[in-house]
Design a protein around this ligand. Sequence first.
Ligand code: FDA
Length: 307
Amino acid sequence: MSLLHKTVLGLMPAVPRPLVRRLAGRYIAGETLDDLIRVAVDLHRQGYLTTVDVLGENSTTEEAAASARDEYIRAVERLSEAGLASQVSVKLTLLGLRFREDLARDLLETIVIHGESRGISVCIDMEDSSTTDAILRIFRAMRREHATVSVAIQAYLKRSRADVESLLPLEPAVRVCKGIYSEPPEIAYQDRSSIRRSYISLVKLLFEGGGFPAMATHDPQLLASCLRLARDLGKGPREYEVQMLLGVGERLRPRVLATGAPLRLYCPYGPDWYAYSVRRLKENPRMVGYIVKGVLSGSPFRRGHMA
Ligand code: FDA
């Protein structure tokens, strides 16, 4: 990342919250469950699958963690009532992982069991590297009992190959993503080509080891390599899926659907949208241009400025 890029993105905390909300609107399915259901029904009608994320992370009390569990239960019920064979994506720190691992595991299990009887699967999001061991511990325990649970793995982490190898006996479904948190070079690849290489090798490992890779990326070159790999290994569209974030990579979507691959869209919703929105805005390659142009014109964030 260039110095200019870093400097401009460093200005993000100074951007007023209402502007962040407006700029990040495209990435979020809404603030209420009703908003989410409307978006999800529409996406399923268009031929997509969905994974639904209740926005928020890092609960600091048991009450907050239990309340997040309750919101997931409501989401599972509404998705099932709407007849959507959807998935929910769960951040274990929202369920209390940072202060009580057993609490996070128990709350997750309630969601998994609730989903199991209603045709809704559960994917555990991967968070910053201080949580990787605990997340994988919980995933392993859960996967032994529940086939409907999957986990995300980050290609930028140097440990991920060994992690995936150790998970293969569980024949896991794994969402492979590049990784979004800022991690040091001792533990994480920093350059684009190493991350891509690691990503492809994880997908290959999953294919060859009896796992189910969910390729979560909007990187056209990387996605083409993964789909080529699937074809070369004789893997059909029931043996993998592609995943993308709501509001990102729209132009790639028809190309993916045309290959016959299922495409699942990650749909976050809820009032706690700030941290997620900032992560998405920082990843938007056009964001720096918007900010610089806005500053030069004396009106940093005019309405309608975003593509
Ligand atoms: P890259 O960042 O290179 O983006 C490729 C292209 O996509 C860009 O050139 C641009 O055109 C477009 N693009 C990407 N982000 C954009 C944005 N915000 N706005 C506009 N355009 C954008 N991470 C994690 O650590 N733990 C997790 O559990 C998950 N879960 C997850 C689920 C799903 C379904 C996806 C798609 C991604 C995640 N991630 C994640 C995030 C992931 O690690 C990664 O940060 C982003 O997907 C961006 O990486 P890409 O592979 O898309 O490549």
